[in-house]
Design a protein around this ligand. Structure first.
Ligand SMILES: Cc1ncc(COP(=O)(O)O)c(C=O)c1O
Length: 397
């Protein structure tokens, strides 16, 4: 077909930096993948059983555009119980097809053509494209390892222009695993307030934090009235394939998001919504069990990488570490390609999360312990070879 049929803004969209790499992974056998951003656990049985039973009962219809009232009510009660956050189930909560859809709706609901959204980097791969597709301009603010990969108020202040509409924040962060303290969030929030920003807070990993209290952004003083809080079931409940997320926010924003959602998605799957009700009803212990396991793996991976000279910051949450590969002298793509080709271990090149991160790779520890151990063994051999070769090259000069 004539290429002109493809819309310019889609044509101009940069392809995902990791697509070609993962096509390579898919074509190979016996690879230990530390690349994917999804739990290796399957959805807990009670949740699956509830989904199956809903089908047996013949519950196969559309639901209200906003999602099942029962699920919205449960989310409202969950947020109230856990954080003292008060969201009206009828007007301030929308059930979406994953956080992915909630994110898309949020930016589309707030952005006029050419308005800017500030996005701290490194960041989740979808953020830039989603903003661009909504006609907005992503303003990336690179953070550094020295600053714990966190945006600070000064950086935020200097990124603000007359066109700035909002801040897109994600903590615990994909790909670094770092989160913010209440004090740090409050400092950021003062700038948001001053510049009248909408804050889209992607807290999909909020339930997966380790020895670090998670503070939802709308809990900050005054912030609830300009925050779109996003969360979902994919990560904490191991429900990626069910595609259920939700957005909480001021009534006018949720209603604007619902307008787009009703014309584009209509509603999320009823089966998945019923299963999500069960997740909130009985899933607490399962979340705790999986979280405990991730924590053990995190400790192992974090200490192993640092021992191997692949320095990384200890993550506060999610299931990623973001080690520096600087001492290898390789680009992140070379590192990932060679580790895959020579030792069959897949990690994600850091450039996928921002062009300043070519000295890093993202490693997911949502992989079972024995595979992680084997992966570390292989990476150890890889590092020994690389450093030996580097010394040889250096001595030759
Ligand atoms: C930071 C972040 N936000 C959103 C998503 C999308 O999640 P969902 O499966 O709910 O669409 C992901 C998935 O990896 C993520 O890492």
């Amino acid at each position: 077909m004539n290429d002109n049929f493809v819309a310019k803004k889609v044509k101009n969209l940069a392809p995902s930096g990791i697509r070609a790499f993962f096509e390579l992974v898919l074509g190979m056998d016996d690879v230990i993948s530390l690349g994917v951003g999804e739990p290796d656990f399957i959805t807990p049985w009670r949740i699956r059983e509830t989904g199956i039973f809903s089908l047996e009962q013949g519950l196969t219809s559309y639901t209200s555009n906003k999602g099942l009232y029962k699920l919205r009510l449960q989310i409202s009660k969950f947020l109230s119980r856990k954080f003292g956050l008060d969201y009206c189930a009828d007007q301030e909560i929308l059930i979406t097809v994953g956080v992915s859809e909630a994110l898309d709706l949020a930016v589309r609901a707030i952005l006029n053509q050419g308005e800017e959204i500030i996005i701290p980097q490194p960041c989740y791969v979808s953020y830039g494209p989603v903003v661009e597709l909504a006609g907005g301009v992503p303003i990336f603010v690179p953070t550094t390892e020295e600053n714990g990969f966190k945006i600070n108020p000064k950086q935020l202040e200097s990124a603000c222009t007359k066109k700035t509409k909002g801040l897109l924040l994600n903590y615990p962060c994909n790909p670094t695993g770092v989160s913010y303290t209440k004090k740090e969030l409050e400092a950021i929030n003062r700038v948001c307030k001053k510049h009248n920003l909408v804050v889209i807070s992607d807290e999909i990993y909020g339930d997966l934090t380790y020895n670090h209290p998670h503070i939802p952004y709308p809990m900050l003083k005054g912030a609830k009235e300009y925050t779109i809080y996003l969360n979902g079931f994919s990560k904490a409940y191991a429900m990626t394939g069910w595609r259920i997320g939700y957005a909480c926010g001021p009534e006018n924003i949720i209603s604007a998001m619902t307008k787009i959602h009703q014309y584009t998605m209509l509603c999320a799957s009823i089966i998945s919504q019923i299963a999500a009700c069960e997740a909130l009803h009985s899933g607490k212990r399962d979340v705790a069990r999986m979280k405990q396991e991730y924590n053990l793996r995190k400790n192992f991976i974090f200490s192993s990488f640092n021992e191997l000279g692949l320095k990384c910051i200890e993550p506060h949450g999610a299931f990623y570490v973001f080690p520096s590969i600087e001492q290898t002298g390789l680009s992140s793509l070379e590192f990932a390609n060679r580790l895959l080709a020579e030792h069959k271990v897949a990690v994600v090149p850091g450039v996928a999360f921002g062009q300043d991160y070519d000295n890093y790779v993202r490693v997911s520890y949502a992989t079972n312990y024995s595979q992680l151990k084997e992966a570390i063994k292989r990476i150890k051999i890889f590092m020994r070879d690389i450093l030996k070769r580097n010394r040889f090259e250096y001595n030759k000069k």
